[in-house]
Design a protein around this ligand. Structure first.
Ligand SMILES: Nc1nc2c(ncn2[C@@H]2O[C@H](COP(=O)(O)OP(=O)(O)OP(=O)(O)O)[C@@H](O)[C@H]2O)c(=O)[nH]1
Ligand SMILES: [Mg+2]
Length: 381
């Protein structure tokens, strides 16, 4: 993928394609009836604090091969078994083969799934010839709860917005933390396309250290393709004792909470909804917010240092709406559709590129091994 794509589309990874091969079996020893060791298997193991992006960064080739079984020898007639290979993967994934067959789910830390078996060592039954390990192209998919997740402080109007956009009837009230668990609403489009949106509990400052609904909330955020930030155009104050936060500050604080929990979340594709545009002075406040978002560095001085995010969120669209009057809701639905369609097109392109690369890799390998083999037969070598 080019740098351009990485910048524009962020680097949050919710699926990953891998090549896996079991280790080859070891040679048998016909003279003494010796048996070669079996090749090692390849496993996917659910591990805490792992992400698909970390696998991708650590293993750019995305190839995992089990250890080869040892050949049978005079000193060790029974060749040693090849080492198993473990792919440490995040919890909450589905493992499928490239052609769509589901191999299994990993839902709990420590869950393990064998994805390919190593080959058999050569023995009496195989005329002492070993067999190769199985090979597969795999896909690891993070289980998603919805296409989009609503991210905002309490009372921003997330539930009201979901109700205005969809068939959902979430709980709405004028006090903080009305929503306690995700409710999924479906956005319907004229061509019957449906997009799911998760209404998530309000986030508060300190969520990353598990304040409020903290981690429960942030875990859900991880499991959506894109984020819909919702802020009250007039800003908010959570309680008498906490400071008033403008809409711009709310955006930065939300970003910081995501970053402190898992930095990759900030690179998810995101849209910003500026809600409550029916309130007095909303137009002026929106203009001010847009100005601040253009030059976030200049305006972040208003925040304490430890609340300034390392990277500012880039929003594909900034959409003013009023969940109360319905103003802007249709425009928002179109922007959401456009943003998800854009990513789907990118994903298809990436899969094609991946396949092409794999083909090139394998044909290159075949050519080099063929060349090596023919060189061995060369009389002038
Ligand atoms: N004036 C105005 N009020 C709104 C608008 N949208 C929501 N509200 C009001 O804001 C309050 C909070 O709305 P909710 O939709 O419950 O907010 P929420 O973000 O889901 O809140 P939590 O679930 O607590 O995080 C309610 O009293 C809504 O009636 C709007 O567009 N304009
Ligand atoms: Mg709510």
């Amino acid at each position: 993928m080019s740098i351009f794509c990485v910048l524009q589309y962020g680097n949050f990874v919710d699926n990953l394609r891998l090549y896996v091969r079991g280790g080859g079996g070891g040679m048998g020893l016909p003279r003494l009836g010796g048996q070669g060791g079996n090749g090692g298997d390849v496993w996917v193991v659910a591990t805490k604090n792992m992400t698909l992006k970390r696998i991708k960064d650590k293993y750019p080739q995305k190839r995992f091969v089990g250890g080869a079984g040892a050949n049978s020898s005079v000193r060790a007639l029974k060749g040693e078994r090849g080492k198993d290979k473990e792919i440490l993967a995040p919890v909450g994934i589905t493992v499928t083969t490239d052609d769509g067959k589901i191999l299994g789910d990993l839902n709990t830390e420590g869950d393990r799934l064998m994805v390919v078996k190593g080959g058999h060592g050569g023995s009496y039954h195989s005329a002492f010839e070993p067999s190769k390990g199985q090979t597969k192209n795999l896909r690891l998919d993070l289980k998603l709860i919805a296409d989009l997740g609503l991210v905002g402080f309490p009372n921003a109007g997330k539930s009201s917005l979901l109700a205005a956009m969809s068939n959902a009837t979430p709980q709405i009230a004028n006090y903080a933390f009305t929503t306690l668990k995700p409710e999924i609403g479906k956005l319907m489009y004229k061509d019957y396309k449906q997009i799911s949106v998760a209404d998530l509990p309000g986030l508060i400052e300190g969520a990353h250290i598990n304040k409020g609904m903290g981690h429960k909330f942030l875990k859900h955020v991880e499991r959506t393709k894109q984020l819909l930030f919702v802020v009250d155009v007039c800003g908010f104050q959570l309680a008498n004792k906490t400071p008033f936060r403008s809409a711009f500050e709310a955006v930065q604080l939300l970003t910081k909470e995501l970053e402190l929990y898992k930095e990759e979340l900030v690179s998810k594709p995101a849209l910003l909804v500026v809600n409550k545009m029916d309130l007095p002075d909303a137009a002026d406040k929106l203009a001010e917010l847009k100005d601040q978002l253009q030059n976030p560095d200049e305006f972040s001085d208003l925040l304490p240092d430890d609340m300034i995010p390392k990277n500012y969120m880039t929003f594909r669209h900034v959409v003013p709406v009023s969940a109360s009057t319905g103003f802007g809701v249709d425009t928002l639905k179109s922007c959401i559709r456009e943003s998800l369609d854009e990513d789907a097109a990118m994903a298809t392109k990436a899969i094609h590129q991946d396949r092409l690369q794999a083909l090139r890799y394998h044909s290159h390998k075949n050519v080099t091994t063929e060349t090596a083999a023919s060189m061995q037969n060369c009389p002038w070598k």
